[in-house]
Design a protein around this ligand. Structure first.
Ligand code: ZN
Length: 328
């Protein structure tokens, strides 16, 4: 298999090894017109089978242990999921278990048992809208048509673009107004229950923190950001009954979504390591509190593997030290 040979060259065993950390959010039971970029069960199973056959898939904690011991296997890879969607338990878990692929799930604890994230509020409001258009002039978007999947997708993209980087409170209020305008009822079963979180762990998966409410940390007051990081950890530890030591920054782009200040907070909260969404792979000497992650998106297998290989050659971007962190 040609890709195994290429990956072996790019990520050899031992001290020069590199780990590719993949990031997923949802796995749908079947394809969804409003979520064209989200894999369904069949595509996810194909990708996981390919990964298992071309790489050595490890738990993130084992990969970290082996990086520090200089004992990585060749072609090392890690699978991670962010946010805590119920489909991770319903759809992804059985596939991962049947293939013997371990994964780490970073869960925003504030949405467990019936919560819904702001992006899903927008998506589900458009899906379930009782209107054929929606007034979004107050967001600078005019009147948006929302009849049919294509119009709904376009409206979702424009609305998410307009509200994503509002302050936490402004964003919450804007989304409430949109859901109201759409006259939509929202689902309450998109995210995991506490029972599912425990079942993931019993099923051999690892659980990590992802704050409580998934704020953009860089847009918050430091005390509020610290409370989110520490609170999410405490919630999950209470559910699982033991410490957790892996963290993922919400959104995760260095410098934009989190800064050096939040890297320090994650360490002080007692996390052992944290992952970002910067591209690249992890080798000896990596910043353990800013591990890059990547997921190839090409639909053809060949291009998917080529993207995977190219990512092994990228130098990850890190959050630079900033003025507020300089005093620490
Ligand atoms: Zn997230």
């Amino acid at each position: 298999m040609i890709w195994r040979s290429i990956f072996r060259i790019l990520s050899p065993r031992g001290g020069a090894g590199r780990v590719s950390i993949l990031i997923f959010h949802r796995v749908l039971p079947v394809t969804d017109d409003l979520l064209p970029d989200v894999p369904d069960a069949r595509l996810f199973e194909t990708r996981m089978r390919m990964l298992r056959d071309s790489c050595n898939v490890l738990h993130l904690s084992e990969a970290l242990d082996r990086i520090s011991a200089g004992s990585l296997p060749e072609r090392a890879a890690v699978v991670t999921f962010d946010d805590g969607y119920a489909d991770n338990h319903e759809v992804a878990l059985p596939i991962l278990r049947s293939l013997g692929v371990p994964a780490t799930f970073f869960i925003a604890s504030g949405f467990l048992d019936g919560g819904i994230m702001f992006n899903d509020q927008v998506i589900e409001a458009m899906r379930n809208a009782s209107k054929s258009e929606i007034d979004a002039a107050w967001l600078g978007l005019g009147t948006l048509p929302i009849a049919g999947a294509e119009a709904k997708r376009a409206a979702i993209d424009r609305i998410l673009g307009a509200v994503k980087y509002l302050s936490f409170d402004e964003r919450r209020d804007a989304v409430v107004r949109l859901v109201d305008a759409a006259g939509a009822k929202l689902p309450d079963d998109l995210m995991m229950t506490r029972t599912m979180v425990r079942a993931m762990e019993l099923g051999g998966m690892q659980i990590g923190g992802h704050t409580r409410n998934h704020p953009i940390l860089a847009r918050m007051e430091p005390a509020a950001a610290r409370a989110e990081i520490e609170g999410g950890k405490a919630d999950l530890e209470q559910i699982l009954g033991h410490p957790i030591d892996l963290f993922a920054y919400p959104n995760g782009k260095p410098g934009r979504d989190y800064t050096r200040e939040h890297v320090i907070m994650a360490r002080e909260a007692g996390y052992r390591s944290a992952v970002s969404t910067a591209f690249g792979s992890v080798g000896a000497g990596a910043d353990l509190y800013q591990l890059p992650r990547y997921t190839p998106w090409a639909s053809s297998n060949w291009r998917y593997q080529a993207q995977f290989a190219a990512n092994l050659l990228r130098t990850p971007e890190l959050a630079a030290a900033n003025a507020s962190a300089a005093g620490h």
